[in-house]
Design a protein around this ligand. Structure first.
Ligand code: 7RM
Length: 650
């Protein structure tokens, strides 16, 4: 058992070289520059990071020491002081960016607002004064439970300006989830809204907050943004309207510097157990990482209109909607609602209307677009796009090719970015115009990142074989600990192999040293002694013309150890038949080998997903095993999906 490797079965070998045209204008210049800087970043990290930190960040007080590394605790840029909000806003005001759009916002109903850097600065200053008035100061925790509207960014930046710690709770989470998170970090203030728009309906955020707050004694004040205008109960003395407080607040606010290691935010993320982990990020290292990756991975230019589809409730929304782009003085396009409201072409319509140049989304979204049909894409020009990104899970080559062809018109580089809530920012990624890409591979490490693929004994596996993904060496934006649970931090990430960060993913390097992340280790199956990455079987299934989306799990099997159970949704117009079931089993056997032939194919109208679009295989495993769905389902987007899957069990 211990020295088995993850059987690698992918047959993808296409390579896409960057165009000379893109390369000529790329921020990083050339592959040789990448090589040289990468070598410096890993061989002389203190020198490399000191230079980047001085060049990219605006400091109130210079740091004295670059890194203190007492495994597993890192401190970066010690002795330095800075203000994150000042880096994202104030420093742009003396430049031509002052009247540049910081945020172009479109609400789901179609309302549009453009907020310049000067205006955003004013709003953040005002709101920082509001929070001060409510008793919020350095180190206090503030929970933010809001729709995707500019005020969510204002609230985050106002906390950062005060040295307060925000914890953004995704607007799709239930009141139970709010309660747990607020209690875990003992938040003093909650910032929310009367509601937000999603698929033409109002999400009643304030109602959920009220329910949660029956069990959260730490909360003193609630600030409520009026977004939808629906009737909203306000608790006297505790609840205040955003607009009432802001009208009374001064737009002047002097930012002060905070220590490099002052906590910036806590973001809760689910682990393999039920209780969410409060990932803690701090000030300077996180800001440097998010700013630098945004600049190089998205090849950011002054004229770009940058659209990351992630909600601010996820780490991608923190690093690539708010902190990274704003620190760079970029124009961020922000959208409130669903991608298929009023029609399946909402994104393409917005990209054309706002002239979006950079588009960053998730494979699950791409597969949904594929399923909705090419015609919705072809109605629009998409001529403004110049760069595409993917994040959140392995992208199957079929989706990659569709993205490349239909959205990128074979003209836009695709950056497949591997990273985690814990890493803070992008870790492994192509650099556009520089790195040749292969569909499904996140390619090469970013500066300062040393990925290792190791076996159970901590030995490097040969190229082409799978193993577990670790990161050697600390990096500036790494998580510092888990809030209130340093033991779990040590156990979860640093005890698999002493000195190495354990990512929890399975991966392999190919012969060119390109990294292929196959998915979570717990998503790796063992069938008759062969370990098979669920992502590879899923990719094979999705390459079948009838399949829209697939999820693969293991079911305990006396003979094989694990049997392969696949859950499949078919494309519109396709009927799920017995014949198709057999065809799919044969298809996987053909694509990968008989060892991966599914034992059971189940058709579903939808798969159970978290609100960020990750398939919850844990739930599918329970269904596949024919048992009860136990454990935490609070992160599930739609519970009825589970009920439907259970009721059609054969
Ligand atoms: C940013 C984010 C992290 C997990 C990670 C992987 C998976 C993310 C990719 C990917 C293959 C990618 N943070 N993952 N990006 N797998 N290729 N480009 O998603 O904390 O929510 O999830 O997501 O399993 O460990 S996260």
């Amino acid at each position: 058992m211990t020295d088995q490797t993850i059987t690698s079965v992918s047959r993808e070998n296409r390579v896409f070289r960057p165009s000379a045209e893109f390369q000529r204008q790329a921020n990083l210049g050339s592959f040789a520059t990448y090589k040289r800087l990468y070598a410096e970043s890993v061989n002389a990290p203190a020198k490399f990071w000191a230079r980047q930190a001085k060049e990219l960040l605006t400091w109130r007080r210079p740091f004295k020491e670059v890194l203190k590394w007492k495994l597993p605790h890192a401190k970066w840029f010690i002795g330095g002081q800075l203000n994150v909000a000042e880096n994202c806003l104030d420093r742009h005001l003396d430049t031509a960016r002052s009247n540049k759009a910081a945020i172009i916002f479109e609400g789901e109903p179609g309302d549009i607002r453009t907020i310049t850097y000067k205006q955003l600065h004013r709003e953040v200053c005002q709101f920082a004064n509001v929070l001060t008035g409510l008793g919020v100061g350095k180190g206090d925790r503030v929970a933010i439970y809001m729709p995707m509207v500019p005020e969510a960014a204002v609230a985050m930046l106002a906390c950062a300006r005060l040295g307060a710690i925000h914890t953004v709770i995704f607007g799709g989470f239930s009141s139970e989830a709010i309660k747990d998170r607020v209690n875990d970090c003992q938040a003093k203030v909650v910032i929310t809204a009367d509601g937000g728009w999603r698929r033409g309906k109002i999400i009643e955020l304030k109602v959920n907050v009220d329910r949660a707050l029956a069990g959260t004694p730490s909360v003193e004040k609630v600030v409520v943004l009026r977004r939808t205008g629906n009737a909203t109960a306000m608790t006297e003395g505790r609840d205040h309207w955003w607009h009432d407080l802001v009208t009374l607040a001064s737009p002047m606010h002097k930012a002060r510097g905070f220590d490099s290691e002052n906590p910036l935010f806590i973001l809760y993320t689910s682990g393999s157990t039920g209780k969410p982990k409060g990932v803690l990020h701090t000030t300077a290292g996180y800001l440097l990482g998010s700013m630098m990756t945004t600049k190089y991975v998205f090849d950011l230019k002054e004229t770009d209109v940058y659209f990351c589809t992630a909600d601010v409730g996820w780490v991608t929304g923190h690093s690539y909607v708010v902190y990274g782009p704003l620190a760079n003085g970029a124009t961020v396009f922000m959208y409130e609602g669903a991608p298929n409201q009023p029609g399946p072409d909402r994104f393409w319509d917005m990209i054309d209307r706002h002239g979006v140049t950079i588009f960053y989304t998730a494979p699950t979204a791409i597969r949904a677009f594929m399923r909705w049909g090419d015609d919705y894409v072809k109605k629009h020009s998409l001529a403004s796009l110049r760069l595409l990104g993917s994040v959140g899970e392995p992208i199957n080559p079929e989706a990659w090719m569709w993205y490349h062809t239909l959205i990128g018109k074979k003209r836009c580089p695709i950056v497949d970015t591997w990273w985690q809530t814990e890493t803070g920012v992008i870790m492994v990624t192509p650099l556009p115009g520089i790195t040749p890409t292969k569909p499904g591979s996140c390619t090469l490490p970013f500066f300062g990142v040393v990925p290792k693929v190791l076996d159970e004994n901590g030995k490097e596996v040969p190229k082409g074989s799978g193993g577990r993904l670790f990161l050697k060496q600390p990096w500036p934006s790494m998580l510092r600990t888990l809030w209130n649970d340093d033991d779990r931090f040590k156990k979860q990430y640093w005890s698999e192999l002493p000195g190495y960060y354990f990512a929890g993913d399975g991966a392999r390097f190919d012969k060119d040293g390109y990294l292929w992340v196959v998915g979570r280790i717990d998503d790796v199956l063992n069938v008759s002694g062969h370990r098979i990455g669920t992502a590879e079987v899923e990719s094979a299934l999705v390459s079948h013309p009838s399949v829209a989306e697939a999820a693969v799990v293991g079911r305990p099997d006396e003979l094989k150890g694990q049997a392969l159970v696949v859950f499949v949704t078919v494309k519109s117009g396709v009927t799920a038949t017995k014949e198709l079931r057999e065809e799919l089993r044969a298809h996987v056997a053909k694509e990968i080998g008989a060892l991966a032939r599914p034992d059971d194919v189940r058709f579903a109208t939808a798969l159970p997903k978290t609100r960020s679009g990750k398939i919850m295989r844990r739930i599918l495993k329970e269904i596949a095993a024919g048992g009860e769905v136990r454990g935490d389902t609070t992160t599930l987007e739609d519970f009825s999906v589970v009920a439907a899957l259970q009721s059609q069990e054969e």
